[in-house]
Write a protein that binds this ligand. Structure first.
Ligand SMILES: C[S@@+](CC[C@H](N)C(=O)[O-])C[C@H]1O[C@@H](n2cnc3c(N)ncnc32)[C@H](O)[C@@H]1O
Length: 276
């Protein structure tokens, strides 16, 4: 048997342990990128090979969080793709202003930068008191960092630039306190975000949301899983609610029929008023 075939068996066994022992089903993830992240697991868990990880994950459940955060790619930034935030500011927030309470579900929030960016938008549009942002992810390590809201200073200039491009009306620094090479997000913004563990593959819809944002997550899934997750995300929207997928992901044609495109480049859609 060739080495590649043996490696494929190891990966299948690992995925089976994750699914049957821990309830995390990665079989619907796009295989090529999943393989790259599995290759990083031995180092992260202090093992010599994937084969060595399989019994460890079976008998040492305490290793699961580290495994999940290695399998998850938590790269993100404040006001990532600023034009998306500009589109939200211009086309979505003015309409959300008519609701007495606004629920936002930010799925796949990683270390929280996007959720805080959203909170800044709501603050600048005078809607912060009315909004509740639920930011969810599969990685507990990323969620713990998100909850802290503390980030390295070296990104500040980039974030300030993104913020301006996103139509920022003040100064990005106004939302942070600086010290010791880090900046911390203000408590007023933090208090509007609940960071919660949620698995898009297996968990139910999170809340009834006026805006659902899910960016750079679906790209890691195969087509079938993408469609299932999109059904979950759109099923959690109120009538007339907004779905924002960002530049890299879009609704398949069949699903798009139920939505009106609000901003084509940002893949920002509004759920139709008619019942689905
Ligand atoms: C590349 S980050 C995207 C972060 C942010 N949305 C952005 O665009 O900057 C992908 C995130 O999706 C999360 N993720 C992967 N699979 C998930 C799942 N099944 N359920 C929830 N989150 C998941 C990862 O943990 C990771 O934090």
């Amino acid at each position: 048997m060739r080495k590649a075939e043996i490696e494929a068996i190891e990966i299948d066994l690992l995925l089976e342990v994750l699914a049957r022992r821990h309830g995390y089903d990665f079989t619907g993830y796009a295989r090529a990128s999943l393989k790259r992240r599995i290759a990083a697991l031995p180092d992260a868990l202090g093992c010599a090979s994937v084969a060595e990880i399989i019994p460890k994950l079976l008998y040492q459940p305490e290793l699961l969080p580290q495994a999940l955060s290695t399998l998850a790619v938590s790269v993100t930034e404040m006001f990532r793709d600023p034009e998306v935030f500009l589109a939200l500011r211009q086309h979505v927030l003015p309409l959300l202003a008519s609701y007495p309470r606004i629920n936002v579900w930010h799925a796949g929030c990683a270390t929280g930068e996007e959720a805080y960016s959203l909170a800044i938008l709501f603050a600048e549009e005078g809607l912060l008191p009315r909004v509740q942002i639920y930011a969810t992810d599969i990685s507990d390590a990323a969620l713990a960092q998100a909850e802290e809201g503390v980030y390295a200073d070296r990104w500040l200039d980039d974030y300030a630039r993104n913020y301006q491009k996103a139509g920022g009306t003040g100064s990005f620094a106004d939302y942070t306190a600086r010290g010791y090479g880090f900046f911390k997000i203000n408590d007023a913004l933090k208090s509007k975000i609940l960071f919660v563990h949620h698995n898009l593959v297996s968990d139910a819809a999170f809340c009834e949301a006026h805006l659902v944002m899910c960016r750079n997550v679906l790209i890691y899934f195969n087509r079938e899983l993408q469609e299932r997750v999109l059904t979950l995300l759109s099923g959690s929207l109120v009538r007339g609610g907004y779905l924002c997928l960002g530049p890299r992901e879009e609704l398949p044609l069949a699903a798009a029929r139920r939505f009106k495109t609000v901003d084509a480049a940002a893949h920002l859609y509004r759920l139709g008023e008619a019942p689905p």
